[in-house]
Design a protein around this ligand. Structure first.
Ligand code: PEP
Length: 251
């Protein structure tokens, strides 16, 4: 049985006061999480330890970094290493978000190096993929996403690939209020699973969680999450509103 994962991506948002209030609300809320369904909070780096501490009462609430560098440590001013993340007990990191790819020039090859160092340090990458609008309009999204996966992940062994969580996020749906239909999400998730099946076999592909991201809200979460190959969500804007994100987790 593959895990369900609901991940919050706070991005570069929230003062310390707001972070405290949100984390307190999530820690106190009745959440339907368990060993097969976890919630992960990707908070800004200065709040990682605070989030660990505040959510420590529930083992199914995990904390993620929003990024890390591809080297273990060293003279890379401003970067965040897996060694640091491991030392403060962080088990997840979001990699390859479209904002990192677009604004910071992260390539598929560079992301392959980041995936490697995370696995070396037992940190689970939540690996993002997804197409821009012009690729969707040209109806070449399946090949585009397959290439992202092939170039960043296909050097991994089967025992390594099953440690990842994949997040499919069509760029045209991120922060735009425009959601992929549940049929569009299912179609792409099935395509992603078939790309993994062709390389690693159907059994391996069947245990990799594939999350959907792109304007998920409390009002559309259950419909999207009910699709066969959708195993949860990566949620930006709505994860900054406690009531809204609590409903999404429980959907
Ligand atoms: C995201 O940042 O990964 C995201 C999906 O954002 P939003 O939910 O705001 O579209």
């Amino acid at each position: 049985m593959r895990k369900k994962v609901i991940a919050a991506n706070w991005k570069m948002n929230g003062t310390l006061e707001q972070a405290n209030a949100l984390l307190d609300a999530f820690a106190a809320a009745p959440l339907t999480v368990n060993e097969n369904k976890i919630a992960v909070f990707a908070v800004p780096a200065p709040y990682l330890m605070l989030a660990k501490e505040k959510l420590s009462g529930n083992p199914y609430l995990q904390v993620a970094a929003q990024n890390c560098y591809s080297k273990k440590s060293g003279a890379y001013t401003g970067e965040l290493s897996v060694e640091i993340l491991q030392s403060i007990g962080i088990n997840y990191v979001v990699l390859g978000h479209s904002e990192r790819r677009e604004y910071f020039g992260e390539s598929n090859a560079f992301l392959a190096d980041k995936v490697n160092i995370c696995l070396e340090y037992n940190i689970t990458p939540i690996f993002c993929c997804g197409e821009p609008l012009e690729i969707r309009e040209a109806d070449t999204q399946n090949a585009f996403v397959a290439k992202q996966l092939q170039e960043s992940l296909f050097h991994l062994s089967a025992s390594e690939i099953v440690k990842l969580v994949i997040a499919y996020e069509p760029i045209w749906a991120i922060g735009t209020g425009k959601t992929a239909s549940s049929a569009q999400a299912q179609e792409m998730h099935a395509s992603i699973r078939s790309v993994f099946a062709a390389k690693y076999g159907a059994e391996v592909a069947s245990i990799i969680p594939i999350l959907y991201g792109g304007s998920v809200k409390a009002s559309n979460a259950s419909e999207i999450f009910s699709e066969t190959d959708v195993d949860g969500g990566l949620v930006g804007g709505a994860s900054l509103i406690a009531d809204e994100f609590i409903k999404i987790i429980n959907a």
